[in-house]
Design a protein around this ligand. Sequence first.
Ligand code: GLU
Ligand code: MG
Length: 483
Amino acid sequence: MTPGTATGPSTPGTDGPPGTAAAAPIAAVALPPRAERAERAEEVADRLRTGAVEAIAVTWVDNAGITRVKAVPLGGLTHAAQWGIGTAPCFDVFLADDAITTSPIIGGPTGDLRLYPDLERTVPLAAQPGWAWAPGNRYTQAGTPHPGCQRLFARRMEAAAAERGLSLKAGIEVEWTVALAGSPQEEPRYPTYGPAYGMHRLTDLSDYLRDVLGALGRQGLGVLQIHPEYSQGQFEVSVAAEGPIAAADTSVLVRHTVRAVSARHGLRVSFAPVVEAGGVGNGGHLHLSLWRDGRNLGHGGPGPHGLTAEAEGFLAGVLDALPELLVLGCSSPAGYLRLVPSHWAGAYQCWGLENREAALRLVTGSTGERAAAANAEVKCFDASANPYLAVGGVIAAGLAGLDQRRALPPEFTGDPAAAEPGTVPRLPASPAEAIAAYERSGVLREALGEPLYQAVLAVRRAEEEQYAAVTPEELVAATRWRY
Ligand code: GLU
Ligand code: MG
């Protein structure tokens, strides 16, 4: 049993009355009993030892979208599973450049949290010999869930869906830019200058891309495809859909695997929203499908393109909340340099079948595979997002739409930038606009809970202020190598 897995009553003070609707999300984030955790840690450690693992990197992603880490030697895994690893609560108000802000509830130098490795997701790192990785959940010293823990927030949202008999499958596409490690900070030089989507690029970087695929595969990830993207040095990998928390974990694992393989090839990588001002950026598109009793609710229903009423309500809720969801899905102010019309980033608040300029792209799949393949893609998100906040926020907004039985507005076909001005609403064009939408949003505030809601708000406001007066080139230079 692993910390954070739905286990029913365990830690005193964290369980509601059994069987009630309100109890489920709380039970879903309760720590299992300590003895159970220790036993499972021993099993996991034995398995890792046979794979010559010496140390485990336990990560969490902060509200600025940066993956932070505490590592323990293999011999310390059981202790970490029993007692957690000490981490400071002030990490919740770190900015991407390591400046620290504060928020009304979380912040300041005092206090301590415990980071617990998710033992079930622990995996040896193929491109970092001797290392394994585990995503972490954060609890208080008393063993109660830390209200600022983004991964536990996502788990609560997954549990809220489960309360309604629903499950989700998700996948986050990872785009990145690869540059020569020795190239100047300010002026990336690329290892290939082949054409967009060109075989030329794949040939030039053939060993590198094979090693990326190999490492991802050895870590148990189901790679769907890998390809050169539009911009210089840009590539993308997509992996099979899985549960929403697993998908968020995978996006962290994929990025650090790509980084590790790149280092071995004398390359440096950026997952930043924009690497060259004015260019096509790196997205972090989130694919999502909603399921009930093994049935994909995006198929076979009476709604548009076969959506069931539940899937339509869910997507209508997501579409409606996209302006405030950008606060969770595009962490960096640089994201708004990427999120511009006609850059395939989905800068308009509309939906459309296979429409790559719509923020919400409906994908039905090919004839014959639709029952399995139908899903929706939130295109406007980028990889500066904390993926747990992004998936959790989308589930919260979707469930609100589903509960209210909302209908989708008419579909938009074609490029909204070419439409009559004002016909299609533009998503926030600046961090300030997104923050204003977030401050108006009841749904996200309630779902996140006040401590996490306020911590995210503080980080966004601080980064908005940091870069309010800089040029796009300066913003890109400041963020290019942070993500
Ligand atoms: N790179 C584009 C973005 O910023 C997306 C390209 C694509 O459709 O895959 O989101
Ligand atoms: Mg792409």
